[in-house]
Design a protein around this ligand. Structure first.
Ligand code: NI
Length: 159
């Protein structure tokens, strides 16, 4: 059973919609996403990756807890950047260095509808920025050279 959408699926390229009610259904969805992410050995999962164009993602960075971000807003990204190898459950088997801000401040609602602010750095900051991109219809391969992107896309077209 694999619920995860793979690159090439249009939903991964849509701008996700705001969640208007953080109700029991959304709380259940957050829980399900946490389970799917962990079963897939991921450290982040955004709703579009399971076919839902909603502004919501979960993270489980190393040495961190499971976090839920609903209707997130990036408040600040650091001018300092770092490069680190990224992968994505929607682009299986592909890993590449991506340069991103080293730190981020984000505001979001949790699954209980509570607004929170978070300052993150290290891997958590990276995961947050990667997952936030998914809500904009953006994927990490977009940061790679045109040539590399073509090679990756070709690989997934063949299947
Ligand atoms: Ni991803």
């Amino acid at each position: 059973m694999n619920k995860i959408k793979i690159i090439g699926e249009p939903v991964l390229r849509e701008k996700s919609e705001l969640i208007t009610d953080i109700d029991e259904e959304i709380a259940k969805l957050a829980q399900d996403m946490g389970v799917i992410m962990q079963e897939s050995n991921g450290i982040g999962l955004a709703a579009p990756q399971i076919g839902l164009s909603k502004r919501m993602f979960v993270t489980y960075a190393p040495n961190d807890k499971l976090r839920v971000f609903i209707n997130p807003d990036i408040i600040m990204t650091s001018p300092e950047t770092s490069a680190y190898e990224e992968g994505c459950l929607s682009i299986p088997g592909v890993y590449a260095d991506v340069t991103r801000s080293s730190a981020v401040a984000i505001q979001a609602f949790n699954e209980k509808g509570k607004l929170f602010k978070l300052d993150a750095d290290g891997i958590l900051a990276r995961v947050i920025l990667h997952e936030y991109d998914h809500l904009q219809g953006k994927m990490f391969v977009d940061y790679l050279s045109e040539k590399k992107q073509q090679r990756i896309l070709k690989k997934f077209r063949k299947k």
